[in-house]
Design a protein around this ligand. Structure first.
Ligand code: M6R
Length: 616
């Protein structure tokens, strides 16, 4: 949700900033813009649409060389995605440039105040007020840019990352953050600001996490961090564990295809070091005491989108292995229904980015009620794990495609690990049982690898449905969240009507949607599991076929009972029922990716979306 880059150093700022924006474009692609300072003047270029439009503009109308630059890719909130609303926004005197991510909630009153003094707004954005406010505050002391930014931040409400440059201060870029991401990249003779380390990973792996309500003053030789009142702040430096190649396509046409292919490794990396030779779970990062874990009487999982589906799968595993009642809730709904929370409730917040505002606000609410929060997250240094009582990181590496793939599988694995760890600490399962389950889990990466062999076949099936208007997905037990995830992938990538249902629910209404020839994807549970579920889904397949549906069936190898009822069949290797989502989801990702490609859509950057949703 908006990508931000700032640079001060010896290199050509424009090149560094544009290259950084290229890596952050997945965060928003409604418009892009840059500003540099050269010869005491601020110069900007901005253009609606993808970054390529800005690059074309820079080709036609180049900017001068500079050692100070800022840049922005936008996901529009206030104001249409046009040239004028693109960032940077400039103060009336042309000296201050501001880029912003988030929503300034009191912008209307600030805008009215500025207009009352005769300042004319150029754009419809909430962001522009920040540029004018900095200019107004600078009138107090034109040399004190930092003081001006501090005073402006004190007045803003809502969520904001601001990055500011000023024509009279070519030696610095000033950043500020509240409820919105910003990290510092520490180089030699150069320093960086960005929404995400991907922007500067080609230059440095040394980073600094910024805390809530902090201001950072970036110069080529130093980085200073204060609070909004100028008091020095503590910072948390860290080294990024992946390198620039992890954020490249690496020979694949699409990031999504690369990320699907990386899933066996991502899952293996997430398991690495977390199960010892004796099948004991090692999760040191769960810093909650055994006593606290034993006292838990309820678990609430909060997440959004794909992460929510991983939480739905977690519920089955947690309740089965620990018998602790577990609820799963959309983070965006959670705090508005007055949830029942206590110090004995463990809240698990799942988020790839660690910055999803709905999830962040929900977990803050839970902590205010005295509950402990455990984050499952893929992004080191992000806000959700930082504000949690404990964190378990997934090790999926950077996920660039907007549609989540490897992050999902690793979230599911992290949930299994947490569930087993709870069972171990609380004594809900004996060590032999835990060891057997952990052994099966450790074998899953090689089975996921086998699923990649189905890719070509699945692509062929997908192309059959390029002209379909609607696709239904049905499943039972853990197959139900898989069905939801398959439908979400298809909606966000192929822009098709797609819905996931618990297979037993079809007859309660949705079956009326069925038309002759409509594709129905069925996630079939193993016949080796609970017979009754397998039998029931066979009945559900018969119901949809009786009404003309064409069935694409995902079923375990050796399940011949289902074969006569499948128009197409995709096989999964044998595995315990609870782990089936790790296999069955893979062909659904490929299915959506191929349909979107066939329809000519931008798979990595679907319309209207952004990777990290930092507004509520
Ligand atoms: O970063 P998060 O995991 O918190 O993101 C949550 C959702 O926005 C995300 O999973 C979204 O649904 C995916 N783009 C779907 O593929």
């Amino acid at each position: 949700m908006c990508g931000i880059v700032g640079y001060v150093g010896e290199k050509q700022a424009l090149e560094v900033v544009v290259a950084g924006l290229r890596r952050l474009e997945y965060r928003g692609y409604d418009s892009a813009g840059v500003a540099v300072i050269a010869d005491g003047e601020l110069q900007t270029r901005k253009r609606a649409g993808k970054l390529i439009n800005l690059e074309d503009l820079l080709g036609e109308d180049p900017l001068p060389q500079s050692t100070n630059g800022i840049g922005h890719t936008r996901w529009a909130t206030h104001g249409a995605p046009n040239d004028v609303n693109a960032h940077p926004h400039i103060s009336s005197d042309g000296r201050v440039a501001v880029i912003h991510n988030g929503i300034i909630e009191n912008f209307s009153e600030l805008r009215a105040e500025l207009e009352a003094t005769g300042i004319a707004m150029m754009s419809e954005t909430d962001s522009e007020v920040a540029a004018h406010l900095v200019a107004v505050e600078l009138a107090v002391d034109p040399d004190d840019l930092v003081g001006a930014v501090q005073r402006v931040c004190q007045r803003l409400t809502g969520a904001f990352t601001l990055v500011i440059s000023h024509a009279d201060h070519p030696d610095m870029v000033v950043g500020a953050r509240r409820n919105s991401p910003l990290v510092v990249g520490v180089g030699k003779g150069e320093n960086f600001l960005a929404s995400d380390v991907a922007a500067f990973i080609a230059h440095t792996r040394e980073a600094i996490e910024l805390g809530q309500d902090q201001i950072v003053i970036l110069r080529s030789e130093r980085v200073d961090v204060t609070d909004f009142y100028g008091n020095p702040a503590e910072v948390n430096p860290y080294t990024v564990t992946w390198d620039a190649s992890a954020a490249e396509k690496g020979g694949y046409d699409l990031f999504m295809l690369k990320e699907i292919a990386e899933q066996p490794k991502a899952v293996a990396d997430t398991l690495l070091g977390r199960v010892d030779g004796a099948g004991r779970l090692l999760l040191d990062s769960i810093t909650l005491s055994d006593e606290e874990l034993r006292s838990i009487d309820k678990i609430v999982i909060i997440a959004c989108g794909t992460a929510y589906h991983s939480g739905m799968i977690a519920k089955y595993a947690i309740e089965h292995w620990t018998r602790v009642p577990t609820e799963v809730e959309l983070a965006s709904e959670f705090r508005y229904r007055d949830p029942i929370l206590s110090p004995r409730t463990l809240v698990i917040a799942i988020s790839q980015s660690g910055e999803t505002m709905d999830t962040l606000m929900a977990m803050r609410h839970a902590r205010e009620q005295g509950s402990k929060v455990l984050a499952i997250c893929n992004t080191q240094g992000s806000t959700i794990p930082r504000e949690s009582d404990a964190a378990v990181y997934t090790h999926a590496g950077p996920e660039i495609a907007v549609a989540s793939t490897k992050a999902f599988l690793t979230q599911v694995v992290a949930c299994y690990l947490v569930a087993l760890y709870l069972a171990q600490v609380r004594g809900d399962r004996n060590p032999e049982e835990i060891r057997a389950i952990a052994d099966d889990l450790v074998n899953m990466p090689s089975k996921i690898d086998l699923m990649l062999d189905t890719t070509e076949g699945v692509r062929g099936i997908a192309r059959e449905f390029a002209n379909s208007t609607s696709v239904l997905f049905i499943g039972r037990h853990v197959g139900f969240p898989v069905a939801l995830e398959g439908a979400l992938k298809l909606k966000e990538l192929a822009y098709m009507h797609a819905e996931g249902f618990a297979a037993g629910e079809l007859k309660h209404g949705p079956i009326a949607l069925l038309e002759d020839g409509m594709p129905v994807v069925v996630i079939v549970p193993s016949p080796r599991g609970r017979d009754v579920i397998h039998e029931k889904i066979i009945s559900n397949i018969l119901e949809v076929r009786a009404r003309g549906a064409r069935t694409i069936v995902i079923a375990e190898e050796g399940d011949e009972i289902v074969t006569p009822y499948a128009d197409w069949i995709i096989r999964t290797p044998e595995c315990p029922s609870l782990f089936q989502p790790l296999l069955a989801t893979v062909p659904l990702q490929v299915f959506a990716c191929e349909l979107a490609t066939t329809k000519g859509h931008d798979v990595d950057q679907p319309r209207n979306l952004a990777k990290s949703v930092t507004v509520e």
